[in-house]
Design a protein around this ligand. Structure first.
Ligand SMILES: Nc1ncnc2c1ncn2[C@@H]1O[C@H](COP(=O)(O)OP(=O)(O)OP(=O)(O)O)[C@@H](O)[C@H]1O
Length: 264
């Protein structure tokens, strides 16, 4: 039991979040008693319908906002503010429009005070990793959505975080680009040995990527179910037609459909 406890990197303990709505003067219970233990190197998909509190949970893990009740520990210490050991990739790229790809990727390293030559080298390597070599000097407006999201991933990896938090990062991409980037994030996270928490409402995407799919209930968000994914790594395109994959995606959809239809 002690060894198992030592492996836990993120310990989400009974987290609740209530928002005060200024317009309706009615409190919104976004999260209600969420508990989850995440191991180092684990890839977790947080799956749930729109409005169930996935983004809220991710932003509390990031340290952008605090829980109303409960707490989240990272390596035994409470998370209270953002920190370079946890970086975030958002759906809307969040690149700096006035910076080139190279400058965007270097940004977090510059902020840490890393010398120019060293941060340029790290950024160039990461740009290669996400298959953007040759686009170092382009600005975000000169690139497609998929390319921007590759750059955002490189930027999030640059400070060498322990934990990568991804909030529907492929939600704005077309279906083909999404599939390509899913394969890449599966490869990159495995190679880099990062813990990843990936928020999505795509069942197929959640199962394809994760070691463990954590299914949330409609608001107020709670952990409703967990699915361990036995597919080996690296994850490859053919696994999408694996019988286990096909039947798991189907079962999840059949279970979730009625409650998702009732959602927002
Ligand atoms: N700052 C806020 N103030 C008031 N209510 C909020 C705030 N942020 C989120 N909420 C509400 O909390 C609930 C959970 O929102 P959240 O964005 O975490 O859900 P989600 O599962 O990520 O949804 P989606 O998939 O649509 O992004 C929603 O009902 C939302 O309207």
């Amino acid at each position: 039991a002690r060894a198992a406890a030592a492996e836990v990197q993120i310990d989400i303990r009974n987290v609740g979040k209530v928002y005060d709505s200024k317009t309706t003067h009615q409190a919104v219970i976004a999260l209600d008693g969420v508990s989850l233990r995440i191991k180092k190197g684990e890839f977790i998909s947080l799956l749930g319908p729109s409005g169930c509190g996935k983004s809220t949970l991710l932003s509390i893990i990031a340290g952008f906002q605090s829980a109303s009740s409960g707490q989240i520990l990272q390596n035994g210490r409470p998370i209270s503010k953002p920190d370079a050991s946890r970086t975030v990739v958002f759906q809307d790229y969040a690149l700096f429009g006035w910076m080139t790809v190279q400058q965007n990727v270097e940004f977090g390293l510059k902020a840490k005070g890393m010398p120019k030559a060293q941060r340029a080298e790290i950024a160039r390597e990461l740009i290669k990793t996400v298959h953007l070599a040759g686009f170092e000097d382009k600005y975000p407006h000169q690139m497609s959505g998929g390319m921007k999201q590759r750059a955002a991933i490189a930027r999030a990896l640059a400070p060498d975080p322990d934990i990568l938090l991804m909030d529907e990062p492929f939600g704005a991409l077309d279906a083909q680009t999404r599939v390509l980037l899913q394969e890449e994030i599966a490869r990159i996270s495995t190679e880099a040995g990062k813990t990843v928490i990936f928020v999505t409402h795509g069942i197929d995407e959640a199962v394809f990527l994760a070691d463990r799919v954590v299914v949330m209930s409609p608001r107020p968000g709670r952990v409703r179910d967990e699915v361990l994914v036995p597919l080996p790594r690296p994850r490859t395109a053919e696994m999408r037609s694996d019988p286990w994959f096909v039947s798991t995606v189907k079962d999840l959809w059949e279970t979730l459909k009625p409650e998702w239809q009732k959602g927002e």
